[in-house]
Design a binder for this molecule. Sequence first.
Ligand code: CP
Ligand code: NVA
Length: 316
Amino acid sequence: MTQNSTGNPRHFLDISEVAQTDLRLIIEDATRRKQLLPAGDKPLAGKMLAMIFDKPSTRTRVSFDVAMRQLGGETLFLSGAEMQLGRSETIADTARVLSRYVDAIMIRTTTHDRLLEMAEYATVPVINGLTDDTHPCQIMADLMTFEEKRGPVKGKVFAWTGDGNNVLASFAEASARFDFELRIATPQGSDLDGRFIEWARGEGASITTTTDPLEAVSGADCVVTDTWVSMGREDRARGHNVFMPYQVNERLMAAAKPEALFMHCLPAHRGEEVTDAVIDGPQSVVFDEAENRLHAQKAILAWCFGEATGGLSSHG
Ligand code: CP
Ligand code: NVA
């Protein structure tokens, strides 16, 4: 088992819970591993990752699975509904039991408390594969992608338009850790939970909020959006007319810098939060983001086991 200096396993729970130097190390390690042939890169040989999914997934499931195998390890896919968890065995007991079998646990779940309980009782590293509140692994891949295309994120302007959801929450945390400006445009009533903004501002982040997408996007280096209805949040769904002004279309993209990138974690709802012209257009890097999930997951896994190393030039 990999432990940190306090004797606890090294979890990857949220951007806010990981030191800036470690986050930077993970991005460097991901970039380095992307250039390596998987055949020569087996630091996790003999390790087993359990992957628990309480919600659907394509990218997170496949990228963690392939990442672990390419690093020499193995994976177990576990559907929460088919485990005893689905018949109300506690998260705490599940964590204690799984820790006797596997070397790390990745969990995609509903309430953030379930993730935290898993981390509290597991004696192996726990990784957040998305909760109702945050999606930190996604943001690591997104920042890696931006830096591949445009250099350091430090000082750059990211504009979010749409729902104030879990992906945005991790972006807000990242804006503090990586020192980029974040402008958020959400409709009233769909704003990001204020505690994420307060935390980030308390760490020195520059975050502005507005209901005007043009104001947020104007002069931005990167325009980001996501679904208007997150998984398990269907009860909070609002009429499309509320969100339509926040759609990323060619008119909105034209307000950003000419070299601005368009990002979306996927899956996309074409014709809703983004038009085909933008997502399939020259500024879109959505499939590079998806690919980089694989490389970022490798670096996150390696970091949890104390195997992450830099070695490329740092973007500080
Ligand atoms: N972006 C992302 O996490 O995709 P999946 O829901 O397919 O895992
Ligand atoms: N906000 C989305 C992200 C999906 C990867 C959701 O939670 O459904």
